[in-house]
Design a protein around this ligand. Structure first.
Ligand code: GLU
Length: 376
């Protein structure tokens, strides 16, 4: 039996706080007395030599209530405006509460592109590392004002997991309005059982998340499980814990009920962890059985093993690898764009250059740029 993680033992923690915890809908304001207790808990964690990063939702919710925008589903432009109004209040609340403990906060707003594009990702990572070195607490949210509906996280669960992976955190805590994962929805099924520890996120576990609810803020259980996949693959433990009570992190430290998702014993390099945590798919290459076997034995993907390409992508994009039957077996960074792959599909290595008219690499995806979760 693996050990249950303890938050007072963490070296680096990402704490995600949902809108429902932070925003008082009736009075259209921050739940100040609750926030003070969370801040106190975080200060205590820092005194135990733990780096803390906060992923805070609440920007859209704050403006929704304040501007009476809560009667309908917001249009994209309204959502962007609401985020612009709410984010400034949200950042101010965090800043004031930490300043009372002489701690400086720093606002980081990320888009999906910032985590999916390698160069942006590396820039964001060094900014976060520098802030931590300076003793600041990064307060992170999605940059909802510039995010478009197609290119956005839309939920802070997966954003928080991507951040945890980015900074090599050992724990990710999702503070939520529920105390963990149940075998079914406990609101509608009285037989639903609470799962205190999840060693592996199997398809059965994923099915327990159900569908993400439509709406503007919370991603529900489905996005929490998707976050669990990203975090645990990167070697980070994740907890879903009840956050509505005062001092929620202290409660967790004192043994409050929650669900822990245990980390994989992954030995991925930082680059491979980034690949494994990829959320968007620009395209798919389908491989034959011979190539599938070769990839699982540690080989790179060559044009000769490719049977089909789907999507339009550029060199350097993250793409998925599917077997002949359509099952996604991995992902990687492509060395060719989609039209070039179409030119060299099925070719032996010696014939690539003649077909392209220039000297290209032998591999479409090099082994070092590839992650096959089932075999690594
Ligand atoms: N980024 C959104 C906000 O600050 C929240 C997304 C979420 O709740 O997961 O309002």
């Amino acid at each position: 039996m693996k050990q249950i993680p303890k938050i007072n033992k963490a070296r680096r923690i990402v704490i995600k706080i949902g809108s429902a915890l932070l925003v008082d809908g009736q009075n259209a304001c921050i739940r100040q007395s609750w926030l003070q207790t969370v801040v106190k808990d975080i200060v205590n964690l820092r005194m135990q030599n733990c780096d803390v990063l906060v992923v805070s939702s609440g920007a859209i919710a704050l403006a929704r209530y304040a501007f009476n925008l809560n009667r309908h589903k917001l249009r994209l432009a309204e959502k962007q405006a609401a985020a612009a109004i709410g984010q400034i209040k949200l950042a101010q609340a965090w800043s004031e509460n930490f300043l009372a403990h002489d701690i400086t906060t720093a606002q980081i707003l990320l888009t999906l592109e910032d985590t999916e594009t390698r160069l942006h990702y590396l820039n964001a990572r060094s900014a976060l590392e520098t802030l931590l070195k300076l003793g600041c607490i990064p307060i992170i949210n999605e940059n909802d004002t510039v995010a478009t509906s197609e290119i956005r996280f839309g939920d802070n669960d997966r954003l928080a997991a991507r951040v945890a992976e980015m900074v090599g955190a050992d724990q990710l805590i999702l503070l939520s309005d529920i105390d963990g994962l149940y075998t079914a929805d406990p609101k509608s099924d009285t037989n639903a059982q609470h799962l205190p520890i999840i060693e592996e996120i199997t398809p059965e576990i994923m099915a327990m998340g159900g569908k993400a609810p439509s709406g503007y803020s919370s991603g529900g259980m489905a996005t929490k499980l998707a976050a669990g996949n990203i975090a645990t693959t990167a070697g980070c433990a994740m907890a879903i814990a009840f956050g509505k009570l005062q001092h929620p992190l202290k409660a967790l430290q004192d043994g409050a009920r929650c669900s822990w998702f245990l980390p994989n014993n992954s030995t991925y390099s930082a680059r491979k962890r980034w690949i494994a945590g990829g959320i968007t798919t620009k395209g798919i290459v389908y491989v034959d059985h011979g190539a599938e076997k070769a990839l699982h034995s540690g080989k790179s993907l060559l044009p000769v093993g490719i049977i089909k390409v789907e999507g339009y992508f550029q060199r350097g994009d993250l793409i998925k690898i599917s077997n002949k039957e359509g099952l996604i077996i991995g992902s990687g960074v492509t060395a060719y764009d989609s039209s070039e792959i179409n030119q060299i599909i099925g070719l032996q290595t010696g014939d690539i250059n003649a077909s392209l008219g220039w000297e290209g690499p032998d591999e479409v995806i090099h082994h070092d740029d590839m992650v096959l979760p089932l075999s690594n």
